[in-house]
Ligand binder design. Structure first.
Ligand code: UGY
Ligand code: MN
Length: 253
C-alpha cells in the first residue's frame, strides 16, 4: 500500500512498466474460483493479452474465445492440465501451450498463480496447425545468447512456422547485459520471475524486479542489465513467423 500516491509503474506510447502495487483484480469470465489481473491488452495498444490468473484450490479454467491460443506458465502452486489425449501435472516452472480451438482444462491442485499469454492465432499458409506443448522450464536446455554464457536463453516452444508466438526465458548473471540495444518489429510482453536489474525502454531506464510486468510495442528500443547478487530472469512473449502485409490484414486500413 502506498499512501503518498507514488509508484514505479509507468505508461508510455511504446512501452509500459506495471508493478505489483498498482494491480487491480478483474473477473475471469468462464473460470471458476479464479480472478485475473490483466496487465497487457489491446486497450494499451498491444496485439495480445498478458494476465495473471489467480486460481483458488479446485478452480477450473474456461476456454478462450474462438481462434485464440493460450500459453500458461506456473508462477506458484500446481495445476493439472488436460488437452486432447494428454494430461500433465505442472508445478512451479511448468508450462503449457494450448492451441486455438482445441478444448483444454486447467484445474488448480492448490492456490496457484499462472502467467498467461493469449493471442488470436494467425493461420499458417502451409495448413499445418501447432500441436499442444506441455513441459517444464527446468528440462529445457538453455543456449548462451550471442555467445555470452552469462546470458542464457531457453526457448520453450518449437521454432517452427506453424507456431506464431515464441515464449522464452532469459536468465542473466549479475552484471550480464542484453548485448545490444534491440529495436525490432516484434512486440514483447514479459514478467520478471527472479532477481532484479535495470531495463531501458525507449529513452527511459527503469529499476525492475520479480513480479514486474513490461510491455514493449513494436520498435520500442530495449536493453537490460542484471543487478544485485542473484541471477535475474524474465519470461517473455514475442510474435514470430508472420508477415504484416500478408498475414495481418487487420493492420491495413
Ligand atoms: O527475443 C528478443 O527479442 C529478446 N532478446 N528481447 C529482449 O530480451 N528484450
Ligand atoms: Mn527483444
Amino acid at each position: 500500500m502506498d499512501v503518498y500516491g507514488q509508484t514505479r509503474s509507468r505508461l508510455a506510447r511504446d512501452h509500459a512498466l506495471i508493478t505489483p502495487d498498482t494491480h487491480v483484480d478483474s473477473p475471469l469470465v468462464g473460470w471458476s474460483n479464479s480472478t485475473s489481473i490483466i496487465h497487457i491488452s489491446p486497450e494499451i495498444g498491444a496485439r495480445f493479452l498478458q494476465y495473471t490468473a489467480k486460481m483458488g484450490s479446485g478452480g477450473k479454467s474456461g476456454l478462450p474465445g474462438n481462434g485464440v491460443e493460450r500459453f500458461i506458465y506456473v508462477d506458484s502452486g500446481s495445476v493439472g492440465v488436460d488437452v486432447g489425449s494428454q494430461s500433465k501435472a505442472l508445478g512451479l516452472g511448468g508450462f503449457a501451450f494450448l492451441p486455438a480451438n482445441v478444448e483444454h482444462q486447467i484445474e488448480a491442485n492448490s492456490n496457484s498463480t499462472l502467467i498467461v499469454f493469449e493471442k488470436l492465432y494467425v493461420p499458417f499458409d502451409g495448413k499445418k496447425v501447432p500441436a499442444p506443448v506441455l513441459g517444464e522450464a527446468d528440462n529445457v536446455k538453455g543456449e548462451a545468447f550471442m555467445g555470452d554464457p552469462d546470458a542464457v536463453l531457453q526457448t520453450l516452444l518449437p521454432i517452427s512456422p506453424e507456431y506464431d508466438m515464441a515464449i522464452n526465458i532469459f536468465t542473466y548473471q549479475p552484471g550480464a547485459t542484453l548485448p545490444q540495444v534491440e529495436i525490432h518489429v516484434m512486440e514483447h510482453g514479459m514478467q520478471m520471475i527472479a532477481g532484479q536489474g535495470l531495463y531501458r525502454l525507449s529513452e527511459s531506464y527503469y529499476p525492475v524486479g520479480k513480479g514486474d510486468v513490461i510491455w514493449m510495442a513494436s520498435y520500442c528500443p530495449q536493453w537490460f542489465v542484471a543487478m544485485g547478487k542473484q541471477p535475474a530472469a524474465y519470461i517473455y512473449y514475442k510474435d514470430i513467423h508472420r508477415d504484416s502485409l500478408t498475414d495481418r490484414q487487420e493492420l491495413i486500413q
